[in-house]
Unconditional design. Structure first.
Length: 167
């Protein structure tokens, strides 16, 4: 079943890179008592994710934070080393918390996984592209692009517009 507005995020553990190396981080650590703009991408360094989706959040970091958002976080079904290099390559380091979703466990738990094993793609099971506003672990807004490379619904611009409207 797909998560919906009003639902609490399930307990999950991501991996993030720290100065001391990879570190597990739970949903409680990321979301408890905070307002979080969470977005997901099918894959780091893939064309739309790398050139359009993540850059929108990096470029709008100050604007998003000025709207009362404590954390901007990105999740993807990539290993922590790829996510760390992607943050460095895009200027997302220090702006966007990169959360590795091992084996798509979180994506599956919220019903937003997608099988991209098709011919010519070969990415395996990944996360659908989405953005959500989460307040203290509860989903306040959910914007899902059903298939790559669509990214309009989950863009930083859309999320900023929803925040402005109080959603």
């Amino acid at each position: 079943m797909t998560i919906k507005v009003g639902d609490r995020l399930p307990n999950a553990t991501f991996v993030t890179m720290t100065a001391d190396g990879p570190k597990p981080v739970t949903t409680d650590e990321v979301f408890k008592g905070k307002k979080v703009a969470l977005f997901a991408v099918p894959g780091a360094f893939t064309p739309t994710c790398h050139k359009q989706h993540l850059p929108g959040f990096v470029e709008r970091t100050a604007e998003i934070k000025a709207k009362g958002i404590d954390t901007i976080a990105c999740t993807a079904v990539n290993d922590v080393f790829v996510m760390d290099e992607w943050a460095k390559a895009t200027g997302a380091g220090g702006k966007v918390l990169m959360l590795t979703d091992d084996n798509a466990k979180f994506a599956k738990a919220i019903g937003l996984d997608i099988d991209l094993n098709g011919p010519g793609i070969g990415l395996g099971v990944r996360s659908k592209r989405y953005s959500m506003l989460v307040d203290d672990g509860v989903v306040k807004s959910l914007n899902v692009d059903e298939a790559p490379p669509a990214h309009d619904l989950s863009s930083a611009a859309t999320l900023c517009s929803l925040i402005d409207r109080g959603i």
